[in-house]
Design a binder for this molecule. Sequence first.
Ligand SMILES: Nc1ncnc2c1ncn2[C@@H]1O[C@H](COP(=O)(O)OP(=O)(O)OP(=O)(O)O)[C@@H](O)[C@H]1O
Ligand SMILES: [Mg+2]
Length: 281
Amino acid sequence: MSRHEGRGKKPVRVITVTSGKGGVGKSNLTLGLSLALASMGQKVLIWDADLGLANIDVLLGLRTTATIYDLLNGTKTLTEVLAEGPGGIKIMPAASGILEMGELSEGQQQRLLSEFDDWNEELDYLIIDTAAGIGSNVIYFNLAAQERIVVLTNEPTSMTDAYALIKVLYTRYQQRNFHILPNQVSGPKEARNVFRLLSSVADKHLSEVSLHLIGFVPRDEAVVAAVRAQKPFFLSAPASEASRQIMDIAKRIAANPPDDFASGGLAFFLNRLASFGGAVD
Ligand SMILES: Nc1ncnc2c1ncn2[C@@H]1O[C@H](COP(=O)(O)OP(=O)(O)OP(=O)(O)O)[C@@H](O)[C@H]1O
Ligand SMILES: [Mg+2]
């Protein structure tokens, strides 16, 4: 067990925010959820695993220079690489090029593990903003994490791509449990319809998959305005419906740790992530 979890600290919840189709709202919801958890007194680290359209530091209006490469290559420590966000959240900035987690050298794997091991910060949640699709990194992060939140919108392509991601993670890697988060819907009714449609296809073809509706986030002009202003909607528009729903989701997550929580955690995640080289095709 790593020293991080061996000092009597409670284990860290490691959660991916992921999607089949791009541009559905992963980064905005990652940030919203992290800030909501932080507002509840939780210590949160966001791992930005995708450059995407607008990555976490852009959404925050932060200027970051260090990336995970500096950590892996030994030129900077974890503390030097992490950026400080509002509400005490920390951010692991996205790699500036394509970083293949499966191609880390032995030395880089060790470096990743030991840097987190030596890190003295308290942590309750590691939230990972993955890329879209079924590329190898998306698979790695989703397999290494203990919980997955699949974001989708009420568009046929978003739903079929969400299904494709779940199908790959289940049929090839025996991943069974998924939180489903419909975004940009009109309200709870549309969210339930999106969920039902996805569930009915999954029930038919992926018999042992368990999908769970974690909540929904409405289409909200406050999110669009926040992206433009480079201020997270949870802080710039706390009374907006999007912020209220994100807060509900954060409360639900906090109240429902996974059954096998104690066997997971940060060391578990990092060891799995570092050991994927060649293990996933
Ligand atoms: N709840 C919402 N209400 C209104 N607009 C939204 C909402 N969520 C996302 N958007 C819009 O969708 C855009 C894309 O969101 P975001 O960058 O979070 O998606 P993403 O899934 O991270 O994309 P990528 O796959 O490129 O990383 C935002 O810039 C915003 O305009
Ligand atoms: Mg994104």
